[in-house]
Design a protein. Structure first.
Length: 410
């Protein structure tokens, strides 16, 4: 039994279509035979066949005139009542036999024709299946490019092509991210190794030089810690939110400003704040990291004696966070690249080499996982305006825009 189940024919779509087509023809043929049988039986009951036959018999040369044919037929008919029943049964049986043979032939031909037509119709699907099986991460550039009329099958092939395009983009971004991360992690390690080798090879090494080397190593280690923390935050934000809770943007913004006062003072920047309560649903740590990243970028990519502006509040059923800063001029084309991992716009935005180019990537990822909207707008006088618009959360725990706290945004 197990061997039979293992080798039984597949219940394919082609087989199902063939059987369906054959069943439709069978039902139609049976209805035709049944209706013919009923009509023939009704006609026989009226004596049409025997009457016509007897009329032909009595119409031989030398018989009575047409006026006398009717009574003659009636007399003969009265003498053979059992013959009528036997003839009717024989004719009906013959009709069923002939109709059954014809119906069997028609259904057999219909099944064969259905198998052929189903194969022709399903041929594009077999082509799509074969092509998709041959596609892997090494040839995501391949496309089905199905020819033919603009029907459902071509729409299915085009949908697969669009999916492959998205997968190719995602895999390429992943490879680029891994390459950039490896480079960012390898560079400070190489520098640390060089510092240690120079210190060890110096025969006139003093305590002060060793102390300076150690301080530089500590600084490099701090940069590595920041980079690894940024990578972990980016991975956490991309994996989604495990839990949600009420978060006050105003309080998170105030805490971020307090933690960055020393950096603002060292950079000689003025900060303007307009912080108002704004309750959202999300992860408090990630939202806090989003705000500190925006402040760090605003401080790092600024001009001497510049400013940083931070505002929170509610508007049109949303909670808005806006961070603006003075800085070098940025074109609209450059803005579209800022949220990419490890993306820098050259010396104008790299400053003294601080940062790994992950700040706005993390911001974009945290924004996306919270179902918020991120906007980057260059200032006419130089610098950048970053706006994040969250769904507002009511005290009852529901959001007032586009569904509940767990609603996802495209």
């Amino acid at each position: 039994m197990t061997e039979f189940l293992a080798h039984r024919p597949r219940w394919t779509v082609r087989l199902r279509l063939t059987l369906l087509f054959a069943c439709v023809v069978l039902v139609s043929a049976a209805a035709l035979v049944g209706s013919t049988y009923v009509l023939f039986d009704h006609w026989w009951s009226g004596g049409g066949v025997i009457t016509s036959t007897l009329q032909h018999i009595v119409s031989v040369p030398g018989t009575a005139s047409g006026a006398a044919k009717g009574p003659a037929v009636a007399r003969i008919w009265a003498r053979v009542p059992n013959a009528k029943a036997r003839a009717k049964a024989a004719d009906l049986y013959q009709l069923l036999v002939v109709s059954g043979i014809a119906m069997g032939v028609v259904v057999t031909l219909a099944a064969g024709l259905g198998w052929f037509v189903a194969g022709r119709v399903l041929r594009p699907i077999r082509t799509i299946t074969t092509s998709v099986r041959e596609i892997s991460e090494d040839n995501l550039h391949a496309r089905l490019a199905a020819p033919g009329p603009d029907d459902e099958l071509k729409e299915l092939a085009d949908t697969f092509d669009q999916l492959l395009q998205r997968l190719e983009t995602a895999f390429e971004a992943q490879r680029q991210f891994a390459a950039n991360a490896s480079h960012e992690l390898r560079t400070p390690l190489t520098f640390e190794r060089t510092l240690l080798e120079v210190a060890l090879a110096d025969p006139d090494c003093t305590l002060e030089s060793l102390r300076a080397t150690c301080q530089r190593l500590i600084a490099l280690g701090t940069q590595q810690e920041q980079l690894i923390e940024s990578l972990l935050t980016l991975a956490q934000s991309q994996s989604g939110l495990a839990t949600r809770g009420p978060v006050d943007l105003g309080k998170a913004a105030q805490d971020a400003v307090s933690s960055r006062k020393s950096q603002l003072a060292e950079a000689g920047l003025r900060i303007d704040t307009d912080i108002n309560p704004a309750l959202v649903s999300g992860d408090g740590y990630l939202i806090g990291r989003l705000i500190t990243n925006l402040l760090d970028n605003a401080i790092r990519y600024n001009t001497p004696v510049g400013f940083v502006s931070l505002r929170t509040g509610t508007e049109d059923g949303h909670c808005a966070l806006t961070v603006a800063n003075s800085g070098p001029h940025i074109t609209p084309e450059q803005v579209t690249r800022l949220h990419r991992p490890f993306e820098r716009l050259g010396p104008a935005r790299t400053g003294a080499g601080d940062g790994a180019g992950l700040g706005l990537s993390i911001v974009a990822s945290i924004t996306r996982v919270h179902g918020a909207e991120l906007s980057l707008t260059p200032r006419a006088a130089g610098g950048l305006i970053v706006g994040v618009k969250f769904k507002q959360m009511t005290p009852s725990g529901a959001t007032t825009a586009h569904g509940g706290p767990d609603a996802a945004s495209a």
